[in-house]
Design a protein around this ligand. Structure first.
Ligand code: CUA
Length: 327
C-alpha cells in the first residue's frame, strides 16, 4: 500500500525520503493538514524575512555612506521596526492559536482507544462500545476512515511519546497521568507511528502501525478481534499450543479462550492478524516469529522477554506456526 505524494512539498522532498508511510509532510487527517500549512507558512515566511534582513545588513555594511543613510532614518525604524512586526505578529498569533486549539476533548461519536506505552511496545485496548465487547491488541491501531478517533494515552514505566506524523499531534505518555488526542483518518492506508521521547536503549525500535480501513472493513476486523482465539486444527499447531502452555508463555501473555492469561506482555489472542512483530520491527510471519522467540535478546536487547534459544527447530516451528494461526 504505497502512500502517494499528497502535496507539492512532500513530492519535492520525496527524494529525501520524507514522503511515504511516516511523514508529517503528507497529512492524512484534518489536524495534520492544519499543522502542515502552519509549518509551510512559518518556513516560507521566516525564510523571506531572513533574506530581507540579511540583504539589508549587507547593504548597511557595503553601500556607500550617503546611499545607506535612509536605513537609520525615523521612517525606516517606524515602518520596518514597529509597524511590520506588529502587523505580522497580530495575524500569526490568532492563526497559530486556532491551529493549536484543544484536541483533547472527545468529538461526539468518536471511537475510544486506550494506548499504554511500555519499554518497548504499545499495549492497545479497545473499550466495549454498545454491544461490542472490549479487547486488547498490541503495536497496531486499526481505525475507521472518516470517524474521529479519541486516543487516551499513558505509560506503565517511563515517559514515552505517542506520535503519528501523518495525523499530526504528538503527545507525551506519562506514568500516572492520562493524556488525550483526537484525530480522524481521511483516507485509507497504513501509517507509521513512533515513540518520540527517548525512553531507553530500544527507543528507536518502538514503532507501531495505524491501519485506516473503510468502516465496513473496520467493523469486520473488530468482530474478529472480539472472538476468543481459534483452536488449532492441525497436529503441528496443536503441538505449538501445547508448547505455549508447558513453556510458561501464558504467565506473561494472554490468549483469550485458553488458560494463558498473563498480563505482563502483549495479548496474543489474534497475534497472527497483525502486520508486524516486535513493535513495528519485522513483518509478521512464521520465520520472524520463530527468530523472535529464539533470539529476542539479540534482536532487541533489554526487551522484557527472554530468548528461548534452547527450543529445537521443530518446536520453534510448531510454536511460531501456532501463533501465526491466531488470526
Ligand atoms: Cu518509548 Cu521512546
Amino acid at each position: 500500500n504505497s502512500a502517494k505524494c499528497g502535496t507539492g512539498l512532500s513530492c519535492a522532498l520525496a527524494v529525501a525520503g520524507c514522503s511515504g508511510v511516516q511523514s508529517a509532510l503528507d497529512p492524512a487527517g484534518g489536524d495534520a493538514q492544519r499543522i502542515y500549512w502552519l509549518t509551510v507558512i512559518m518556513t516560507v515566511g521566516g525564510t523571506l524575512i531572513f533574506l530581507l534582513v540579511t540583504g539589508l545588513l549587507l547593504y548597511a555594511i557595503f553601500a556607500a555612506p550617503e546611499r545607506r543613510a535612509w536605513l537609520g532614518g525615523r521612517r525606516t525604524i517606524v515602518v520596518g521596526g514597529l509597524a511590520f512586526p506588529i502587523v505580522v505578529l497580530s495575524v500569526l498569533l490568532p492563526y497559530g492559536l486556532t491551529v493549536m486549539r484543544d484536541t483533547d476533548v472527545p468529538t461526539p461519536g468518536a471511537l475510544p482507544i486506550e494506548v499504554v506505552g511500555e519499554q518497548y511496545w504499545w499495549r492497545v485496548r479497545y473499550p466495549a462500545e454498545q454491544e461490542r465487547g472490549e479487547f486488547l491488541t498490541a503495536n497496531e491501531l486499526v481505525v475507521p476512515v472518516g470517524r474521529p478517533v479519541f486516543v487516551s494515552v499513558t505509560s506503565a514505566d517511563v515517559i514515552h511519546s505517542f506520535w503519528i506524523p501523518n495525523f499530526g499531534g504528538k503527545i507525551d505518555m506519562i506514568p500516572g497521568r492520562i493524556n488525550r488526542l483526537n484525530f480522524t483518518a481521511e483516507r485509507p492506508g497504513i501509517y507509521r507511528g513512533v515513540c518520540a521521547e527517548f525512553c531507553g536503549d530500544q527507543h528507536a525500535r518502538m514503532a507501531f502501525d495505524v491501519i485506516a480501513l473503510e468502516p465496513e472493513a473496520f467493523e469486520a476486523w473488530r468482530l474478529e478481534q472480539v472472538k476468543p482465539a481459534r483452536e488449532p486444527d492441525l497436529p503441528l499447531l496443536a503441538r505449538g499450543r501445547e508448547l505455549f502452555r508447558t513453556g510458561g508463555c501464558g504467565s506473561c501473555h494472554a490468549v483469550r479462550g485458553t488458560e494463558a492469561n498473563g498480563q505482563f506482555g502483549p495479548d496474543l489472542t489474534h497475534v497472527g492478524s497483525r502486520r508486524t512483530i516486535g513493535a513495528g520491527q519485522f513483518p509478521n510471519n512464521i520465520g520472524t516469529l520463530a527468530g523472535w522467540i529464539a533470539n529476542v535478546q539479540h534482536i532487541k536487547p533489554d526487551a522484557r522477554m527472554p530468548s528461548y534459544g534452547s527450543l529445537t527447530g521443530e518446536d520453534l516451528r510448531a510454536l511460531a506456526g501456532y501463533l501465526e494461526s491466531l488470526k
